[in-house]
Design a protein around this ligand. Structure first.
Ligand code: KIV
Ligand code: ZN
Length: 514
């Protein structure tokens, strides 16, 4: 009989450790809701002891989520465990994930601790975590480079102390699939009380093997995989959730387990994470890349038209590609709009909130006659990134761009109660517009990312712009969409500025207080 493979998503924790992938508390909650719709079993929401902002984010996710278990990461230190326990206090189902490094290089050079001390800390941490929840996970960090005998000793001790999940991380992405699979098999065989815990894996992608290593572990009895949407994560990233889940689903003849993920939510979740973090998905990325189901060669097209299975091992619909279906138009009413938005996962807190997004939909439908699911998703992304306490609003934007002339822009903003107008010239219309905005808001930030993606095809398609602003360790991403990419760029910049001014951004975990 097929056993359950637990899907532990760490997009909000390890994913956020990708350089630049900072998320506000509200953004984390939106992603957590999308993960819950995807039916992941566990959401690792953050590292509460890293900063006050991380603490509050985990707390907010814990409050917002009821179906998935919410997890907080903690080093094997009393203060981290207590902090995670406090942040998770409001969760319906919670887990504390505690870790300490076990490889010789980490114990000697990073921790300056003996192996005996490391075991002592691990056992103490698990026991302390059990005072907050029955659901405790332990990770021997850098297990991929740790000695097998030592792993057996420490894991046996933490199971006795009350850890129900043993997560084996390949922290630096060093393992090879066969070797890593064998490690899981040996640990399960050699640890006397191994049947009392679930084995999990957490693989990094430094050699491009994170998914392969995770699947090798599954073949050898691991029953939890830690992964992230789009493979986001520290350095080269973590195992991509969509690839692990679809491999297990598509090759159920090979794996003796299954997940309970609703795969039709994968693409929506991937797009949300990509737009919030500003990390685009490469077109040839498995499952969620724009070309993942596109057939270019004549032979392939002919085969697929005759029988889809000739060249496709999964269907695009199965993972949530909607094939650009035209869903609404200029004459669509509020009810049809509300219904489709709800199908896309939108929850409106009030009629006013619905009306505000409906108003924008009507404005868009005037400019663009066919409104696709992707356009609605962009409206949601934009509205979700805004808040009631926005201090800066775009009133008007005018740009001049002419061959042989220097582009210039004039912008009027409402900043608190004042209406201000500024002008600037630049290398292009976008550059001039952003400089004009900056001349009025004076954030002093550097623009570290600017990217434009077309939401659907056609010259009347909306462009979705992401900007990333950085100043003294604070990083914010801003998002804006419009059929005019200069206006989309201005909206994205203002969105980022509002996050900075509201103080809702969080210090990036890599420059946090830990
Ligand atoms: O990569 C790693 O080792 C981790 C641990 C905290 C599980 O992220
Ligand atoms: Zn990691």
């Amino acid at each position: 009989m097929s056993e359950k493979l637990i899907i532990f998503d760490t997009t909000l924790r390890d994913g956020e450790q990708s350089p630049g992938a900072s998320m506000t508390r509200e953004e984390k909650v939106r992603i957590a809701r999308a993960l819950e719709r995807l039916k992941v079993d566990i959401i690792e929401a953050g590292f509460p002891a890293a900063s006050q902002g991380d603490f509050e984010s985990v707390q907010a996710v814990a409050k917002a989520i009821s179906d998935s278990t919410v997890c907080g990461l903690a080093r094997a230190l009393d203060k981290d465990i207590d902090c995670a326990g406090a942040a998770l206090a409001g969760a319906r189902n919670s887990r504390i994930h505690t870790f300490i490094a076990t490889s010789p290089i980490h114990m000697q050079r990073k921790l300056n601790m003996s192996p005996e001390q490391v075991i002592e800390y691990a056992v103490r941490a698990v026991k302390r975590a059990r005072q907050f929840t029955d659901n405790v996970e332990f990770s021997p960090e850098d297990a991929g480079r740790s000695e097998e005998d030592f792993l057996c000793r420490i894991l046996e001790a933490v199971i006795d102390a009350g850890a129900g999940t043993l997560n084996i991380p390949d922290t630096v992405g060093y393992a090879m699939p066969e070797q890593f699979g064998l490690l899981i098999a040996k640990l399960r065989q050699r640890i006397p009380n191994s049947d009392k815990a679930i084995f999990s894996v957490h693989c990094h992608n430094d050699l491009g093997l994170a998914v392969a290593n995770s699947l090798a572990a599954v073949s050898n009895g691991a029953r939890q995989v830690e992964c992230t949407i789009n493979g986001l994560g520290e350095r080269a990233g973590n195992a991509a959730l969509e690839e692990v889940v679809m491999a297990v689903k598509t090759r159920k003849d090979f794996f003796s387990c299954h997940t309970e993920v609703d795969t039709r939510e994968i693409v929506a979740c991937s797009k949300l994470v990509s737009s919030i973090t500003g990390f685009p998905v490469q077109p040839n990325k498995a499952i969620v890349g724009a070309n993942a189901f596109a057939h270019e060669s004549g032979i392939h097209q002919d085969g697929v038209l005759k029988s889809r299975e000739t060249y496709e091992i999964m269907s695009a619909e199965e993972v949530g590609w909607s094939a650009n279906r035209m869903v609404l138009g200029k004459h669509s009413g509020r009810n049809a709009f509300r219904t489709r938005m709800q199908e896309l996962g939108a929850g409106f807190a009030s009629e006013e909130e619905l009306n505000a997004v409906f108003f924008r939909f009507k404005q868009l439908a005037d400019k663009k006659h066919e409104i696709f699911d992707e356009d609605l998703q962009a409206l949601l992304n934009e509205a979700g990134g805004e808040s009631d306490d926005e201090r800066v609003k775009l009133v008007a934007l005018k740009v001049c761009s002419e061959t042989g002339e220097i582009p210039c822009a004039s912008v009027t903003l409402k900043v608190d109660a004042d209406e201000l107008t500024g002008a600037a010239s630049g290398g292009g219309a976008v550059d001039a517009s952003l400089k004009a905005i900056e001349s009025l808001v004076n954030t002093g930030t550097s623009l570290t990312l600017y990217s434009v993606n077309n939401i659907t095809s056609g010259t009347d398609a909306q462009g979705e712009v992401t900007v990333r602003l950085e100043k003294g360790g604070r990083i914010v991403n801003g998002l804006g969409s419009d059929t005019d990419i200069v206006i989309a760029s201005a909206k994205a910049y203002i969105n980022a500025v509002n996050k900075l001014l509201s103080g809702k951004d969080r210090t990036h975990p890599q420059v946090g207080e830990v």
